[in-house]
Design a protein around this ligand. Structure first.
Ligand code: FPP
Length: 258
């Protein structure tokens, strides 16, 4: 992103590719970036090269979403289960996150991106935690796209944490249990303050949610593509958006009849 961001300041939503309706873009896109390992394997490269290329795909996606006026992008970068990968791969990913953040922060800030890392950040390497804290604080007041990077994120853990927090407030007498509703629970999630995603994209053909945003995706439209994440480009994003715009969203109700 750095070179593109450095030379082309965003001055407002840019022209959408033909066929896309600017009035019906998702306000929030969530993405499960899958297939980095397979992308590398298919080129006889080490798996980690797939992750490196995956960062390029994420930068491309963020740039496009920002240009086209999508309000928020939430990406699943590292799940609570990903610690079970070989130690070398986990270390590579942690170092990659640090390097990417250090390298891109200035351009992200200049482009008015508001970045947040969602998940339990306490087990991350201290240097990465510091960078995350700095990046979050530096971009907190930015007015552009909300970029959420789910890191050591697991949706069940997030829900347990939220339930515990509400129970603790109730036990302290600060909250009447009968007052607990969807809004109060949502406000305890890592995504507090963010609209629920309208669209979930998962790459590499896997048809699973994988413990990602279980609460927040309640009414999201799902787009699953066989494209491997490092190959996810403008054409693939346009295909996802066209698919989304072809759906009738009913939120559990019925469609209005003509
Ligand atoms: C899964 O592919 C993908 C990941 C573990 C995500 C890696 C993270 C990034 C590319 C983005 C990092 C971004 C920032 C801003 C720090 P996989 O290894 O499961 O692929 P496979 O299913 O083919 O093995």
């Amino acid at each position: 992103m750095s070179r593109v961001l450095a030379t082309t300041p965003v001055v407002g939503p840019k022209a959408l590719p033909e066929g896309l309706d600017p009035e019906r873009l998702p306000r929030h896109i969530a993405v499960i970036m899958d297939g980095n390992g397979r992308w590398a394997k298919s080129r006889s490269l080490p798996r980690v090269m797939g992750h490196r290329e995956g960062v390029e795909a994420l930068k491309r996606m963020l740039r496009l979403c920002s240009d086209w006026g999508v309000g928020a992008l939430t990406a699943y970068a590292f799940s609570t289960e990903n610690w079970n990968r070989p130690g070398e791969e986990v270390s590579f990913l942690m170092t990659l996150f640090e390097r990417v953040l250090a390298r891109e922060l200035e351009a992200l800030d200049r482009e008015q991106v508001r970045i947040r890392f969602l998940g339990d950040l306490s087990p991350l390497p201290p240097g990465l935690q510091q960078l995350i804290a700095d990046a979050t604080a530096r971009t907190a007041a930015n007015t552009g796209i909300h970029f959420n990077v789910c890191t050591n994120y697991g949706s069940r853990a997030e829900l347990v944490r939220a339930a515990r927090s509400l129970a603790e407030r109730a036990a302290r007498g600060e909250l009447d249990p009968s007052a607990i509703d969807e809004a109060l629970l949502s406000a305890e999630l890592h995504t507090a303050g963010e609209l629920d995603p309208d669209l979930l994209i998962r790459t590499s053909g896997e048809q699973r949610i994988s413990n990602f945003l279980l609460w927040q995706l309640a009414y999201a439209e799902l787009h699953i593509t066989d494209v491997l994440w490092p190959d996810f480009d403008q054409e693939a994003l346009v295909a996802a958006l066209l698919d989304y715009q072809g759906r009738q969203r009913r939120f559990g109700g019925v469609t209005s009849l003509p």
